[in-house]
Design a protein around this ligand. Structure first.
Ligand SMILES: Cc1cc2nc3c(=O)[nH]c(=O)nc-3n(C[C@H](O)[C@H](O)[C@H](O)COP(=O)(O)O)c2cc1C
Length: 323
């Protein structure tokens, strides 16, 4: 945190994560590596390194590269369905990581061991039952993720607008909201609905420092808000991805498992063939209009969020007077 100026945001999330701005870059297989995550951390928010690629040897190098690229805090995600390595807790703790998000699995599996190792743990939840279970398991906080977000999803998606205030009304732990966050207005809305931070996936995929092929970034810019598909509702995991000819054909397919396409993921992610696999992305693709550097995204988002909160207080002074 800057010592020269007062903190712009001060809440439980900035305190627990040790960041100036409560924005978290989403973990994303192959994408959330040191190039992107260090840019986010250096901008005053929190970069996260993925493990969902399952490439733990490379992930270890990426975590070590973070030490050279930033002196700011960063975290690691354990995507439980994709990393079945029994030594994952020792792996993360052994690399000196202090903040971890767990997702795609039960919060009872790793929370106690991660807490015993001294880590701060936030668990990703798609519904209220999952949130209560995670709190019971002893997590420090929740990432409450609405079904409009990109990536792997509950087969029964609930929008952020419904899920976030519901969970916030039932738990006392700090919440980072995910699914649909892209700018100052959405960040201010998250705060109004009970969150103390936001996580951004699709916005970060399409940032300048994202390592994905430019075709994916351009496809995000070209997307309308209706241009994602929800796949695999009949099996597991469900996922939300950009609409292409290939994913449109899978949209109502209840026979095949879209996960089979991940075998060709690299052809899409880094080769730019948008029909080769699945470009995980959220509905908020329809609101992204430019490829911008991470620092500009984060600084603009934070400043606009504060301006909106201040403007609301000015426009409704009775609210301030009533306390
Ligand atoms: C390309 C991509 C890959 C993702 N991979 C992961 C992952 O490995 N682990 C995880 O917890 N979430 C993953 N997610 C979900 C994000 O963490 C995040 O919560 C979601 O993108 C938020 O919604 P948004 O896309 O509207 O910002 C992924 C999302 C995207 C777009």
């Amino acid at each position: 945190m800057s010592t020269s100026s007062p903190p712009m945001f001060a809440n439980r999330v900035t305190e627990l994560l040790g960041v100036e701005i409560p924005i978290v870059q989403a973990p994303m297989g192959w994408i959330a590596r040191s190039q992107l995550a260090s840019a986010v951390s250096n901008a005053g928010a929190l970069g996260i390194i993925e493990t969902s690629s399952g490439e733990l040897d490379i992930v270890r190098e990426e975590i070590r590269a973070m030490r050279d690229l930033t002196d700011k805090p960063f975290g690691v995600n354990i995507a439980q369905a994709f990393v079945r390595d029994p030594g994952i807790v020792e792996f993360v703790a052994g690399e000196g990581v202090e903040f971890v998000t767990t997702s795609a699995g039960s919060p009872t599996r790793y929370t106690a061991a991660l807490k015993d190792a001294g880590l701060t743990v936030f668990h990703v939840v798609p519904n209220l039952a999952g949130a209560l279970k995670a709190v019971d398991a002893g997590v420090d906080g929740l990432i409450v993720e609405g079904g409009e977000g990109g990536g792997f999803k509950s087969p029964r998606p609930v929008s952020t607008m419904v899920l976030l205030p519901l969970v916030a009304s039932k738990v006392d732990v700090p919440i980072i909201a995910a699914g649909g966050f892209v700018d100052g207005p959405t960040m201010a809305a998250a705060f109004a609905l009970g969150a103390e931070g936001v996580q951004m996936g699709t916005r970060m995929v399409s940032s300048a420092e994202s390592p994905v092929h430019d075709n994916w970034k351009q496809a995000v810019l070209a997307a309308d808000e209706t241009d994602t598909v929800f796949l695999n509702r009949h099996t597991s995991p469900a996922l939300r991805a950009l609409r292409t000819s290939r994913t449109t054909a899978l949209e109502h397919d209840t026979e095949s498992n879209a996960m089979a396409l991940f075998g060709q993921a690299m052809e899409l992610y880094f080769g730019g063939d948008m029909e080769a696999a699945i470009a995980l992305s959220g509905q908020v693709a329809g609101r992204i209009e430019a490829i911008e550097p991470v620092e500009r995204i984060i600084r603009t988002c934070a400043a606009d969020c504060l301006a909106i909160l201040a403007d609301l207080a000015r426009r409704y002074p009775a609210a301030v007077a009533r306390g």
